[in-house]
Design a protein around this ligand. Structure first.
Ligand SMILES: [Fe+2]
Length: 262
């Protein structure tokens, strides 16, 4: 097990971003729907990392999608878990068994992954409260839908970590709020893979960009500001389509002034 402590500060991350920008331009990403959430495979010069692992029993879909994109499972050198919710770690064990690569998770949620503990976050919007009330009933009736196999993480994150050694021009940064151990993969070119730090699943630009569930709204808004400060240009959520990072600024202000909505 590798521990990174303390991690990169924002200033160091900013320097890395400037240093890396422009010298590696071969990065691509592949979005793979795995149930109710999506995973992202990020490739640079033939080396890959995976961000999240979807719902349970989605490994076959994952490897089929990977093959269609011409990526071999052996190219994946790291799996980054943005946070330990059932729809992000459901197929983790099965995927890791094939890829045989390390798994990175934040220290505040490592125990949830090791124990296979299912946590349902509190709803913070009208939709979130309704869905969570239904979700708790569903958890009691259909526990297998929410379950996941425990996994021993190989890399325990405390703050941040560069991804250079895995061939990816970017970093993992701690972006709490949705959960206390949420992390984001941010590339030097500005793409930010945020897990559930923000969402975007309504059509026609209606948003919302604020997740319906979060453990701490103020901390979440601070993480949005931090991402913008780090140079995030486009947000790639696990639920919904990507969108310009600048929208975080306006949506954050709106939520502060009127904290009831979708
Ligand atoms: Fe989540």
């Amino acid at each position: 097990m590798i521990r990174f402590s303390p991690g990169l500060g924002n200033a160091a991350l900013g320097r890395n971003r400037l240093f890396l920008r422009g010298i590696l331009r071969m990065t691509r990403y592949v979005k793979i729907g795995l149930g109710t959430s999506a995973a992202y495979c990020i490739e640079n010069d033939g080396r890959c990392i995976l961000v999240d692992a979807g719902n349970c029993h989605k490994e076959k879909r994952f490897f089929t999608a990977l093959k269609k994109k011409g990526i071999d499972p052996g190219q994946i050198e790291l799996i980054v878990i943005t946070h330990v919710h059932y729809d992000h770690v459901g197929s983790l064990q099965a995927i890791q068994n094939i890829c045989r690569c390390p798994v990175a998770v934040h220290k505040r949620e490592a125990h949830l992954l090791q124990e296979g503990t299912v946590v349902l976050p509190p709803g913070i919007t009208f939709l979130g409260r309704v869905v969570m009330a239904l979700g708790k009933r569903a958890l009691r009736r259909f526990p297998s839908f929410f379950s996941f196999q425990p996994v021993d993480p190989d890399i325990i994150l405390s703050d941040g970590m560069t991804l250079e050694e895995f061939g990816i021009p970017g970093s993992i940064v701690h972006t709490p709020g949705h959960t206390e151990g949420s992390v984001t993969v941010i590339l030097s070119s500005g793409e930010a893979f945020v897990g559930d730090l923000a969402i975007n699943y309504l059509p026609f630009g209606l948003g919302p960009y604020f997740p319906p569930f979060a453990e701490d709204v103020n901390v979440l808004l601070k993480s949005w500001a931090d991402l913008l400060d780090m140079g995030a240009k486009r947000i790639f959520p696990a639920h919904g389509e990507s969108f310009p990072a600048e929208k975080l600024r306006s949506r954050g202000c709106r939520f502060k002034s009127r904290p009831i909505g979708f």
